[in-house]
Design a protein around this ligand. Structure first.
Ligand code: NI
Ligand code: MN
Length: 226
C-alpha cells in the first residue's frame, strides 16, 4: 500500500485494486499549492467527518473520478442528494470493498457540514488491505476506545494520528494513542495548516523519539510504502 500525504488530513492511498482519497482539503490549503486536485481520479473518497477542512474538494473529485463516497450514513446521504454514489457505514461496522476490509471506529470530535446540515458522528477508520493494516484516526481526542483497536484488528503497520492540538489531540496525547493502538510507526497529520495548529517539528519528533516511537512528518506530496 502506498500512502501519499497531501496536507492536513488528506491522504492518497493506492492499494493493489483501488485508489482512495481521504478527507480531501487541497484547494483551500495554501500549504498544498504544489498539489492539483484535478490530477486525482479516486475510485473511493473516504470521509472521517463533515467539517470543511475534510470535505472541501469532494464534489470536484467525485465528479472527476466517478468515485464512490464512503463515510457515515448522514454524510453519504448528504452527497447522495447531490447525485454522488456512496456507501454509508456507522461506528463499529465493517464492510468489504475491492481494496479490502474497512472498519468504522470511534472518534471523539464533532461533525457538521458548513451549511449547518447534521453530519452524523465523526469516525476513524481501520483499513486492512493486502495483509497490511492501517488506522486513520481522523480528528479526535485521545480516547480509551483506541485500546480496542489492536484487540479487534490485530497488529497495525501504521497509525495516522492528528498531532496539531487545539481541534484534536496534541503530540503528547498522540504518543499515548500510539501506545493504546500498540503501534510504533506514526504518520502525523492535522498540523501547520492554520495558525492554531502550527507545531514545532523538532519538538514533536523528540516527544515521539523519547517514547521509543517513530513520528513521520511527510512533506506535502511525499509518499511512504508499507
Ligand atoms: Ni474537524
Ligand atoms: Mn479538521
Amino acid at each position: 500500500m502506498k500512502i501519499t500525504y497531501l496536507g492536513h488530513n488528506t491522504l492518497w492511498i493506492e492499494t493493489q485494486n483501488s485508489k482512495i482519497m481521504v478527507d480531501p482539503f487541497i484547494s483551500g490549503n495554501e500549504l498544498a499549492n504544489n498539489i492539483k486536485v484535478t490530477d486525482y481520479y479516486p475510485d473511493y473518497i473516504l470521509l472521517t467527518h463533515a467539517h470543511q477542512d475534510h470535505i472541501l474538494d469532494v464534489d470536484t473529485l467525485a465528479t472527476l473520478g466517478n468515485s464512490q463516497i464512503i463515510s457515515n450514513f448522514e454524510i453519504v446521504s448528504y452527497f447522495d442528494k447531490k447525485g454522488f454514489r456512496g456507501h454509508g457505514m456507522n461506528t463499529g461496522g465493517s464492510a468489504k470493498f475491492p481494496f479490502g476490509k474497512l472498519s468504522s471506529v470511534v472518534a471523539h470530535h464533532s461533525s457538521q457540514f458548513p451549511d449547518g446540515t447534521y453530519g452524523g458522528n465523526p469516525n476513524g477508520y481501520v483499513l486492512q488491505s493486502n495483509n497490511k493494516t492501517i488506522y486513520i484516526a481522523g480528528d479526535t481526542a485521545l480516547t480509551m476506545d483506541m485500546k480496542l483497536i489492536p484487540r479487534l484488528f490485530g497488529k497495525l503497520d501504521l497509525a495516522i494520528l492528528p498531532i496539531g492540538d487545539n481541534f484534536t489531540m496534541d503530540a503528547e496525547a498522540a504518543v499515548i494513542a500510539a501506545d493504546f493502538v500498540e503501534c510504533n510507526q506514526i504518520l502525523g497529520c492535522h498540523y501547520d495548516t492554520f495558525p492554531p495548529i502550527k507545531i514545532n517539528h523538532d519538538d514533536v519528533k523528540k516527544t515521539f523519539t523519547q517514547a521509543g516511537k517513530q513520528l513521520i512528518l511527510l512533506p506535502i506530496g511525499d509518499s511512504i510504502e508499507i
